[in-house]
Design a protein around this ligand. Structure first.
Ligand SMILES: [Zn+2]
Length: 301
């Protein structure tokens, strides 16, 4: 099986994006994996610190590794938005394939120091354990929560977008493998529509900084923006809020219609199905899969 780094490289060459989907529970994992399997696409499961503490760090690794081994399938685990060195280290020690050190709230110099420390640790661990661990970092502000928002959060503006020359400096100083820029994207979904992406800036940043780019806050972005962003240099896209909304709605509907049902595996089945549909639609878009050739041309590698 190829490494995550190799899949990312391949995605860039093919001008497609790998889907990164967050989970809080087993239902979401099943829904996401069912969708990915249909197209035989590599997939990344993300766990924020909150999601990780709910599922359990080692439990999550065991789940992902079990699927990978059983099906010989390229499913990877990423520590999404980990805020300190210890938190990144614990995730990598447990067996995560990659982690995001999120130090955007610090000054640029402090962000660089902390990110560099994580990169060094990942390199060392990769060597001793014969793995290829990736470190991603964020530059520029994109908000913090995967929620449905009434309006665009405070503090997000043209001024907080990533500047190409800053991105270059940051990558050179830290040695990160992936960069999450601020290019009009925000975490969460804004009622009435998310802002438009600055596709030109994506292209400039990718050309200047020299590492693959990850788009956070994918929920609520228009199909056209996604397609253009991928063409401009995005090779991985994070979706979380959409899955949460789908899960919640399916659960509410089922409970309302079946007030006497108490078997969790029956109550939660519609949630698995609706997550699968949500993810399937995103994967088709990110991988430029047209309905007609889906089953004829499935092989990713
Ligand atoms: Zn994010």
């Amino acid at each position: 099986m190829k490494t995550l780094r190799e899949y990312i490289k391949e995605a860039e060459e093919k001008k497609i994006a790998i889907g990164h989907f967050n989970i809080s529970n087993l239902e979401a994992l099943h829904g996401i994996y069912n969708a990915a399997k249909k197209f035989n696409l590599p997939i990344i499961i993300g766990l924020s610190e909150g999601e990780e503490s709910f599922i359990g760090r080692e439990e999550a690794v065991a789940l992902i590794h079990a699927i990978r081994k059983r099906d010989n399938y390229p499913i990877f685990l990423n520590g999404d938005h980990h805020y300190g060195f210890e938190s990144v280290k614990s995730a990598l020690d447990a067996g995560y394939d990659s982690a995001i050190i999120d130090a955007v709230k610090l000054s640029l110099e402090e962000n660089i120091l902390l990110t560099k420390k994580c990169v060094n640790y990942a390199k060392e661990l990769s060597k001793t354990e014969n793995r290829d661990i990736l470190i991603e970092a964020e530059l520029g502000f994109i908000g913090t929560s995967s929620k449905v928002l009434d309006k665009i959060p405070e503090g997000i503006s043209e001024a907080t977008m990533t500047k190409p020359e800053d991105a270059k400096y940051f990558v050179e100083k830290t040695g990160i493998d992936l960069l999450a820029p601020s290019v009009g994207n925000i975490h969460g979904m804004v009622k009435g529509g998310n802002p438009k992406l600055d596709v030109k800036k994506i292209k400039e940043i990718r050309e200047t900084c020299g590492v693959p780019l990850v788009l956070h806050g994918g929920s609520g972005i228009s199909d056209e923006d996604f397609t253009n962003a991928i063409k401009a240099g995005i090779c991985m896209i994070h979706i979380n809020t959409e899955i949460r909304v789908a899960y919640r709605e399916a659960l509410e509907k089922f409970l309302k219609e079946n007030p006497n049902e108490i078997a969790p595996y029956k109550i939660l089945q519609p949630a698995v199905e609706v997550i699968e549909k949500t993810v399937e639609a995103r994967l088709k878009l990110f991988n430029n899969i047209k309905w007609k050739n889906v089953y004829a041309n499935l092989k990713y590698n």
